[in-house]
Design a protein around this ligand. Structure first.
Ligand code: SF4
Length: 417
């Protein structure tokens, strides 16, 4: 069953929230269940937006009053913020009081909500105040903004277009490995090391195995001995050759741990596709935005001494000797760009927006431990500040040259520009 997307309309009292609600509901599609509320209540309307599907619209009460009713409304507004998928923040630029908007922006950020800012113009001269407001509330610039007059039906289409082109619906699903075909073999290259937990695969590995099996295809695991392979021990190459030559049906692709790229790039037969778990995961968690991570890698070419690069890991797993994020990638960076500063962020917290500006590039892990919503919020903030982002798998492939990068992104039909 398709879940309804929930759009919440927020803002100060008299900013025009109800007019925005009316603008959205004036459509041919019938309104199924309008629920009237009291002044403190959130008004709810179930409707359909062409191109988006069934939605629940919530028109929240402004909570500017400093009294009991204001507190009641505030509680309802916070509940609506938690529930909604998209925040429409309605601002009347003619007002000079922005505490409500500031509060909503802060809460929306901490809840990773998508936001569209709607400047509702009552007099055309009010438009001139928008720059001033954005100087005071710089966070507004992170989001898509639209200027309209909510009482004018002619703006309805523009509002709908702003929603359709800037909101990522919650029902969008992305295939984990879109290139997998029924009846084909897929190699999972898993070099277990001291960091590998016993008794289970890591989440991306387990997800890949499950996905391939579910698609009636055949996942086959190979435990690469990276230490031996890197030391040039011929027994490891022989073991690989025995493995790869024993298939009576040639596997279609190899999905490798990114840190094994230095070896597998030369060992993978040319006629076999090659990609990494990390690339698979970041494409999945970002809902198919792999191109942005591929474009981001180009920032490496313009790094200068003194620049800062941020390595972002979305979990706090135990880190032992050859950890990919804290040892392997920093070592490569320091060798190639000796005077570049490498910083780290771990877990669910991301960089404070004020600190973010100092980074020239963010290198993100697969992000398997955070929600799609949180990943989207990270991308939104980086996009708004113009900071490129790439990913472990892309980085560890690109350092071996353009050809390897092209090879690992080919299965995803991603662009290299
Ligand atoms: S969140 Fe990132 S660092 Fe943690 S296990 Fe997943 S991909 Fe690895």
């Amino acid at each position: 069953m398709t879940e309804r997307d929930i759009i919440g309309i927020f803002g100060r009292m008299n900013s025009g929230k109800s007019s925005v609600m009316n603008l959205l509901t004036q459509q041919e599609t019938s309104i199924v269940d309008p629920t009237p509320g009291t002044t403190a209540d959130t008004k709810i309307t179930l409707t359909e937006i062409h191109g988006l599907g069934p939605v629940k619209l919530m028109d929240t009460a402004g909570f500017d009053e400093q009294n009991e009713l204001g507190i009641k409304k505030l509680k309802k507004t916070i509940a609506a913020l938690k529930e909604c998928d998209l925040v429409l923040l309605v601002i009347d630029p003619a007002t000079f009081e922005y505490e409500t908007d500031k509060f909503i922006l802060k809460e929306a950020r901490s809840l990773d909500k998508q936001v569209i800012v709607v400047y509702n113009i009552f007099r055309s001269s009010d438009k001139n105040r928008i720059d001033k407001i954005e100087e005071l509330l710089t966070r507004l610039r992170v989001y898509h903004r639209i200027v309209l007059s909510a009482i004018d039906i002619n703006y309805r289409q523009r509002l709908l277009e702003a929603i359709l082109s800037n909101y990522i619906p919650k029902n969008v699903t992305v295939e984990l490995l879109p290139f997998v075909e029924k009846g084909e073999f897929y190699i999972l290259n898993i070099p277990m090391d001291e960091e590998t937990p016993s008794g289970r695969y890591l989440r991306p590995q387990a997800m890949a195995e499950e996905y391939i099996t579910r698609k009636w295809a055949f996942p086959v695991s190979y435990r690469m001995n990276l230490a031996k392979a890197r030391a040039g021990d011929p027994s490891e190459k022989e073991r690989w050759n025995t493995f790869i030559n024993n298939f009576t049906q040639k596997p279609k692709a190899i999905i490798t741990d990114s840190q094994a790229m230095d070896i597998i790039k030369d060992w993978a037969p040319d006629d076999m596709a090659l990609t990494t778990f990390s690339i698979m995961m970041i494409n999945y968690m970002s809902r198919g935005r792999l191109n942005e991570f591929v474009s981001g890698i180009r920032a490496l070419n313009s790094l200068k001494p003194g620049d800062h690069v941020l390595i972002a890991e979305a979990c706090n797993h135990s880190r032992i000797r050859e950890d990919i994020g804290t040892i392997q990638i920093p070592n490569i960076l320091k060798t190639r760009y000796p005077d570049v500063n490498v910083n780290y962020t771990f877990g669910r917290e991301f960089v404070d927006e004020l600190d973010m500006n100092k980074y020239k590039l963010v290198i993100h892990c697969g992000g398997c431990m955070i929600s799609n919503q949180r990943m989207a919020a990270r991308l939104r903030e980086l996009n708004a500040t113009g900071i490129p982002i790439t990913n472990y798998g892309i980085f560890l492939s690109y350092v071996h040259g353009e050809k390897i990068l092209n090879r690992v992104i080919a299965p995803w039909k991603a662009r290299t520009d």
